[in-house]
Design a protein around this ligand. Structure first.
Ligand code: GLN
Length: 274
């Protein structure tokens, strides 16, 4: 996170933690794991003792499938383990699902406790689910194939196809900024990257940490032609029926910020605390 937002975040987090202490809640033992209405400061879990998480697992380095182990890996996966530890829970990751189905799944309840998916905190999402305090900052990026001469100007044309991931902030940005182009919503951003390499799409729009990581590690034939400072922040989606869980997660995130756990995971995946 940037210095400014980190300071704001720590302050906010401390207030949340302090409020939790004053109210005598927010401790790791407050999870009930039972069904029925949660008492003040408590929360329910779909599976007792576990923080059950959903995501779209095609968003490296935040979440992706490890080819060798068949297990999910990434910044969000490590963050979820630390989060669960701070809550006194185990972490349980369910199979990948489409990004645009995550908020509806959390809203419907019963399948997972949280969606952790490099998910930007937006007003539209906050109308459907609760979003935790932010845990990392992000921006957008515009990506083309190395050798392409397309620019922001030439891409806004009816002859150009621009790939995005359906239901993302990148998709919204592309629609707004390329009104003449054909915006193609795909299930995941890896397909978009492959499609730009093979020439199916002139460009793609996705979160900057994802395009940077992928270009460095797997897609050397792609290039970032614009970094777009949208000033996004990722949060964890929780059902509005489970406010005690959002409160406990916010207290845990503040602890993770203070005890260095978040910095350590940022360094592990990005080479430095962001
Ligand atoms: N941060 C973007 C969003 O929230 C993209 C997330 C993703 O594709 N996993 O819309």
């Amino acid at each position: 996170m940037s210095m400014l937002s980190r300071r704001q975040f720590v302050q906010g987090g401390s207030l949340v933690a302090a409020a939790g202490l004053l109210a005598g809640c927010g401790s790791a033992s407050s999870g009930t794991g039972s069904s029925g209405p949660a008492a003040d400061g408590e929360y329910t879990l779909v599976s007792e003792g576990k923080l059950t998480c959903i995501s779209n697992l095609y968003f490296p380095p935040f979440e992706f499938m490890d080819d060798k182990t068949g297990e999910p890996r990434g910044f969000d996966i490590d963050m979820s383990k630390s989060l669960a530890e701070h809550l006194g829970l185990e972490v349980n990751w369910l199979p990948s699902q489409a990004f645009d189905s995550l908020v509806p799944t959390i809203k419907a309840g019963g399948t997972a406790d949280v969606a952790i998916a490099g998910m930007t905190i937006t007003d539209a999402r906050k109308a459907e689910v609760d979003m935790s305090d932010p845990y990392i900052d992000s921006n957008q990026s515009l990506v083309t194939k190395v050798g392409s001469e397309d620019t922001m100007d030439t891409l806004d044309d009816a002859s150009k196809k621009i790939a995005v991931q359906a239901g993302t902030t990148g998709a919204d940005w592309a629609k707004e900024n390329f009104p003449k182009a054909e915006i193609v919503p795909l299930d995941d951003i890896i397909s978009a990257m492959n499609g730009v390499v093979t020439g199916s799409y002139a460009a793609l729009v996705t979160d900057l940490p994802v395009s940077s990581y992928q270009i460095k590690n797997s897609f050397s034939s792609l290039q970032i032609i614009e970094e777009i400072p949208t000033g996004e922040q990722y949060g964890i989606a929780v059902s509005k029926d489970n406010p005690g869980l959002t409160k406990a997660i916010n207290a845990a995130l503040a602890e993770m910020e203070e005890d260095g756990s978040l910095d350590a995971i940022e360094t592990e995946w990005f080479g430095a605390a962001l």
